[in-house]
Ligand binder design. Structure first.
Ligand SMILES: Nc1ncnc2c1ncn2[C@@H]1O[C@H](COP(=O)(O)OP(=O)(O)O)[C@@H](O)[C@H]1O
Ligand SMILES: O=C(O)[C@@H](O)C(=O)COP(=O)(O)O
Length: 409
């Protein structure tokens, strides 16, 4: 019987959470969409994370996909749940974090939950309800210019209140520092007073462990992956061995995040690459894909980086986003068809597109490269496996695109 059922609003978020759950001693599996949740999986894993692509989808679609995932997880025995969203609270003014949390609480007949995106290992902390990225408030960080979910406020209470009709309240750090028993009393009493979404401050991993312990009575937790450090798995040895046979090292980057831009520039200095040109893609998608695949296969570039954005000025028209995703998915498909057995993919939406083009059903996490970034063995519906790193936009060091293969190749 699985101990934890999780729902992640994008793919990199799902792998990020599974990395933390694996470290916390859960045998974890990431599955793509609710249809891939099976009874066998429930027997093999202690935690199942359903990866959705719902972060920027219309609210009603995000809600129905999340409820379908909840239902599938309940069917394989899950009684405790985790809604994973971005540690930078990536969302639109109307959702989808608020409406999905609300719908999950209703379906579970629960009064309240915590809202806890803090992830100190990657510089995301929450103080007095304000989300910081490193030393900058969220709205002064590069997230202000994110192409799909620009974040122009750092106040989580205000952001969440705009996305839900229910009451949102703040549990400040002082309450967290009183320890888990006292904090649990606070969470319970605020819930009795009708506060449904409890934004809890946390600036260190210790704070997160206190929050997780205090929230032990809640059926639903919500947050980034950091909060999951405080969950106790059955301590199974859970990491998947990763083996890469093919020498070619290809990075597919649709991410427009500032860390990815640094990684793209570094990768181009160390290896080779090509930038996607939306107008050329629009004119002849198949021709562009074929040309790029041929160049990547000519290798052995270390690495070969296919990228959409190397500088903020590269993002000219957001309407190009689906075309870029389609192209990167098609490139991934052709490369794997021709024997490439490992790919580093940057960006959550982009990872969703690549995973769907490769018809991947589930992922098991292998060695970690940096907080929130790890290799995974991805099982395809066709029966073969491919090794992937699905990198969240702002995660990983500057040299990730060159060093990712050290130790597995
Ligand atoms: N130059 C560009 N022009 C238009 N859209 C872009 C460009 N670069 C990236 N995108 C789109 O922006 C989105 C980036 O989201 P994602 O893959 O989640 O990465 P991140 O959140 O790290 O930026 C994708 O849909 C991608 O196709
Ligand atoms: O919590 C996080 O920051 C990540 O797991 C995540 O969700 C990042 O999303 P993308 O930047 O869209 O990859």
């Amino acid at each position: 019987m699985i101990r934890l059922g999780a729902i992640a609003d994008d793919l990199t978020g799902a792998t990020d959470l599974a990395i933390t759950l694996t470290a916390a001693g859960f045998r974890s599996a990431v599955v793509v969409g609710h249809e891939a949740v099976t009874t066998e999986l429930g027997e093999q894993a202690d935690a199942v994370v359903v990866a959705l692509k719902s972060r920027t989808s219309p609210v009603d679609q995000a809600v129905s996909a999340s409820l379908a995932a909840l239902d599938a997880l309940q069917r394989i025995g899950a009684e405790r749940f985790y809604f994973k969203y971005c540690s930078t609270f990536d969302s639109t003014p109307e959702g989808n974090i608020g409406p999905v949390t609300e719908a999950l609480l209703d379906a579970l007949d629960e009064d309240a939950t915590v809202v806890c995106p803090s992830f100190p290992a990657n510089g995301r902390t929450v103080y007095q309800g304000h989300l910081f990225v490193g030393s900058q408030p969220l709205d002064e960080s590069p997230m202000r210019h994110h192409p799909l979910t620009p974040m122009t406020d750092s106040n989580l209470v205000r952001l969440m209140a705009a996305q839900t009709r229910a009451t949102v309240g703040l549990v400040p750090l002082q309450e967290v520092h009183r320890g888990s028993s006292a904090l649990r009393e606070v969470l319970m009493s605020r819930a009795r007073d009708g506060v449904r979404h409890l934004v809890v401050d946390a600036v260190t991993d210790d704070d997160l462990r206190t929050v997780a312990e205090a929230a032990g009575h809640l059926k639903l937790l919500t947050g980034g992956s950091g909060l999951a450090q405080g969950l106790d798995g059955p301590r199974a040895r859970a990491q998947e061995p990763i083996t890469v046979r093919d020498r070619r090292r290809v990075v597919l980057s649709g991410s427009a995040s500032s860390m990815t831009q640094t990684q793209v520039r570094h990768g181009l200095e160390e290896g080779d690459g090509v930038q996607l040109d939306p107008s050329a893609l629009r004119a002849d998608l198949a021709g562009c894909v074929g040309g790029i695949v041929a160049r990547a296969l000519a290798g052995p570039a270390t690495p070969f980086v296919v990228y959409a954005t190397a500088a903020p000025s590269d993002v000219r028209n957001l309407d190009d986003a689906p075309l870029i995703e389609e192209a990167l998915g098609a490139i991934a498909h052709d490369l794997v068809d021709r024997g490439v057995d490992s790919l580093v993919v940057a960006g959550g939406e982009t990872s969703g597109a690549v995973v769907s083009a490769l018809d991947i059903t589930d992922l098991r996490l292998g060695p970690t490269l940096s907080p929130g970034v790890a290799w995974a063995r991805a099982a395809r519906r066709s029966g073969d496996d491919v090794m992937v790193v699905l990198k969240s936009g702002n995660f990983g060091g500057a040299d990730l695109f060159t060093t990712a293969w050290d130790g597995v190749a």
